[in-house]
Design a protein around this ligand. Structure first.
Ligand SMILES: Nc1nc2c(c(=O)[nH]1)N[C@H]1C(S)=C(S)[C@@H](COP(=O)(O)O)O[C@H]1N2
Ligand SMILES: [Mo]
Length: 409
């Protein structure tokens, strides 16, 4: 006899009311907070990094690595004092913007060109784009077995408005030979060992990404000079790709006739197994593939986890979603652990490769502990998983759904 057994669980009996009708702001009660409660592990709190919001989580101070707790990322355009910092080496100590130069060279450059900062600003058209910068290791803290590296939770991401010139306009001044396939960057930061021969990081992107309209050589963010920690006076910005491609303190770009082989392009860095592997596996370098476009992801930036609301109070919640080179087409929320999903309002990006804002409203008719989960879907139909996806040795590309705790009284 074929018989289906349906477990009547405590959770499935609950009914949640998804409100779609418009409510006035005055009817929205601001949720209060459960202090000291965090769903996701937080970093070790230390005296902050100068120029950063005091609530930033400091993961390391040599080199500096700091991330934003989710609620600090509530702004549509991320303030620079809330943008994560990921340094591989030591910040350059002497920077003279008057003497700063950018060299374009490499075996696939027709000629070598050198520009001063002033020439870059005067000789090329300026563009401003809001671009998502996300460390490839954002979310690493959730991998099991744990992966080596900064234990980022959800805050190694942000979307400031960057101003500069198009990388393609500058590359074209030097000229690209027919065999050009990749670009690589060099910056003025120094290796942790203090050895001047060693390069802390020198990564790059394929020519196709380099020549996109939104690929920038930027000197400003949110209308001001770049902060020192974010690459002053000049950096690359490639929206939607691992932020390790967005070279800071930029001094040289090489046009390559092969995949760039600078520091942290090879081995296990910023690479994932080409084929899926069992958690905890050792993977040979030759079986690791370079990460390109980042996967679809979202964050709940309001309220912050642990919010306390009243029964039947209308809770307004919102956040951002982004999808590497793609765009986000749908964002859904669930309060029954993914049993049912409800579509949220989603805005278009301010330009390609910017993040998108979503919002929703709902009531909780039952007191107790609840979780709000949010899931984004991109234009290719890919959506975020609820569990941590594809274990990989260095803990990259965790795009699992973000969730927050809500206490209903
Ligand atoms: N020169 C230089 N560029 C760099 C790095 C670095 O250590 N040195 N770190 C990279 C990495 S791994 C990331 S995630 C981003 C972080 O950018 P942010 O610190 O401005 O947020 O910068 C990238 N560019
Ligand atoms: Mo990174």
């Amino acid at each position: 006899m074929n018989r289906s057994f349906k477990k009547k669980s405590y959770w499935s009996r609950r009914k949640f009311i998804q409100t779609s009708s418009a409510v006035t702001i005055s009817s929205l009660l601001a949720p209060t907070l459960l202090t000291g409660y965090h769903l996701r592990a937080s970093g070790i709190s230390q005296p902050g990094l100068p120029g950063k919001h005091p609530d930033m989580l400091v993961l390391n101070d040599r080199p500096w690595n700091t991330e934003a707790p989710a609620h600090l990322l509530d702004e549509e355009v991320t303030s620079m004092d809330r943008l994560f910092v990921r340094n591989n080496g030591l910040v350059p100590s002497e920077i003279d913007p008057e003497k700063w130069t950018l060299e374009i060279s490499g075996e696939s450059a027709v000629t070598t060109k050198t520009f001063t900062l002033a020439q870059l600003k005067s000789d090329f058209e300026h563009y401003t784009y809001q671009l998502v910068l996300e460390c490839g290791g954002n979310g690493r803290s959730e991998f099991d077995p744990p992966a080596k590296g900064n234990q980022w939770t959800t805050g190694a991401v942000g979307a400031p408005k960057w101003t500069g010139v198009r990388l393609k306009d500058v590359l074209q001044r030097a000229g690209l030979k027919a065999d050009a396939v990749y670009i690589g960057y060099y910056g003025k930061d120094t290796h942790l060992s203090g050895d001047p021969q060693k390069v802390p990081i020198s990564r790059g992107v394929p020519i196709k990404k380099a020549l996109e309209d939104e690929s920038l050589i930027a000197w400003a963010a949110n209308g001001k000079d770049l902060p020192l920690m974010h690459g002053y006076p000049l950096r690359l910005v490639f929206g939607g790709w691992p932020a390790s491609t967005s070279g800071k303190w930029l001094s040289r770009i090489v046009i390559r006739n092969q995949v760039h082989d600078g520091a942290k392009m090879q081995g296990q860095s910023y690479r994932v197994p080409c084929k899926p592997v069992a958690p905890g596996s050792k993977v040979a370098d030759e079986d690791m593939c370079i990460i390109e476009s980042m996967p679809v992801k979202s964050i709940i930036s309001y309220p912050r986890t642990g919010a306390i609301i009243k029964k039947n109070q209308i809770l307004e919640f919102h956040g951002h979603a982004w999808a590497g080179d793609q765009s986000v087409t749908k964002v859904d929320s669930s309060v029954d652990f993914g049993n049912t999903w409800h579509p949220l309002e989603l805005k278009l990006p301010s330009n390609p490769l910017a993040w998108q804002h979503w919002s929703g409203k709902m009531k909780f008719p039952y007191p107790g502990y609840h979780e709000l989960w949010v899931r984004a879907t991109d234009n290719l139909g890919d959506h975020q998983p609820m569990v941590v996806p594809g274990w990989n040795p260095r803990g990259y590309l965790n795009n699992a759904c973000h969730r927050i705790a809500i206490r209903v009284e």
